[in-house]
Design a protein around this ligand. Structure first.
Ligand SMILES: [Zn+2]
Length: 301
């Protein structure tokens, strides 16, 4: 089900409109440059610009380049419903070609501080768009396990309304026998049996993010997704270095199966679990710094 489709024609015409707007600006800039007084000596940086050479060929410089552009997602949209019938919501900041997805509340319950953190990161990004590289879009999903919120800070809050652990229900290494520590948890009847994992997996396949971060609490570390994609370790390293968390080992406290970052890694998309240092509160400054480090990394690569 597509709850937010824009027509292809619309996207194309938007791209051309953007290209034409850029072209108009270039013409204005050329005219402005031509209007500069001859004295004093021209600025060396201006002199190096091709647009102020004696025989300008503006038609070349203003030719629109119809490069493929990312469909601009709505600023806020629902991408599905939980097992308990609650809306799953996403929030966008920026319109850049590369997309970084940030997911909180994969487990609610005792990990509900990850929901507060992701909401705070979103609020900050929305209020300070100048801190985002132009080439980046941020897409926040503050809470995946919306059903778990109702249970409060309780072990039941880890699971959705079907009693399934949403970080054991993904399509890489899924097992009917799954654990949270030494305790057996329900991993669902099959990979993607749950509406939340199916909806988020579908959204990821559709928007093709450049990286995905999933927030948990509270093992204090960054754990790269690993499903043979072998693309996620650099992401874990960038985030881990920026916040000062361990990042160079797989989650080894106990065997985990069917996790979200593993499945995303299998798509060739870097993904990692960020485990907060505590299940109480959060270090906003540190996590925003780490998110900016990831954005800079994506911008450079
Ligand atoms: Zn968790």
């Amino acid at each position: 089900m597509h709850t937010f489709s824009l027509s292809h024609a619309n996207t194309l015409s938007n791209a051309w409109r953007l290209a034409l707007a850029r072209a108009r600006w270039l013409v204005v800039l050329v005219l402005l440059a031509a209007c500069q007084p001859a004295e004093p000596a021209p600025l060396p940086t201006l002199a190096r610009l091709p647009s102020v050479t004696p025989q300008p060929t503006p038609t070349h410089t203003v030719t629109p380049q119809p490069t493929p552009t990312r469909e601009i997602l709505p600023a806020q949209f629902s991408f599905g419903k939980s097992a308990g019938g609650l809306e799953l919501q996403a929030f966008r900041v920026g319109t850049g070609e590369r997309l970084l997805m940030v997911v909180g509340g994969v487990h609610a319950g005792y990990e509900a501080n990850t929901i507060q953190l992701v909401r705070r990161l979103y609020d900050h990004a929305l209020a300070n768009p100048q801190e985002l590289p132009d080439a980046l879009t941020l897409l926040f999903v503050p809470v995946l396990n919306v059903d778990g919120i109702a249970a409060g800070r309780d072990a039941r809050g880890r699971l959705n309304a079907n009693g399934v652990d949403l970080n054991r229900n993904w399509g890489c290494g899924w097992s009917a026998e799954a654990y949270f520590g030494e305790k057996r948890v329900n991993s669902g009847s099959a990979p993607f049996s749950e509406p939340e994992t199916l909806a988020l997996g579908g959204l990821i396949e559709r928007v093709r993010p450049s990286a995905v971060l999933f927030y948990h609490a509270a093992a204090r570390g960054v754990f790269a997704g690993n499903c043979g994609g072998m693309v996620s370790q650099p992401l874990a390293e960038v985030y881990g270095r920026a916040i000062g968390y361990p990042y160079d080992s797989a989650f080894s406290k106990y065997a985990v199966t069917g996790t979200a970052p593993a499945w995303v890694d299998s798509l060739g998309i870097p993904a990692a679990d960020v485990e907060l240092a505590s299940a109480e509160g959060f270090d906003f400054v540190g996590h925003w710094r780490a998110l900016r480090a990831v954005m800079a990394w994506l911008d450079e690569n």
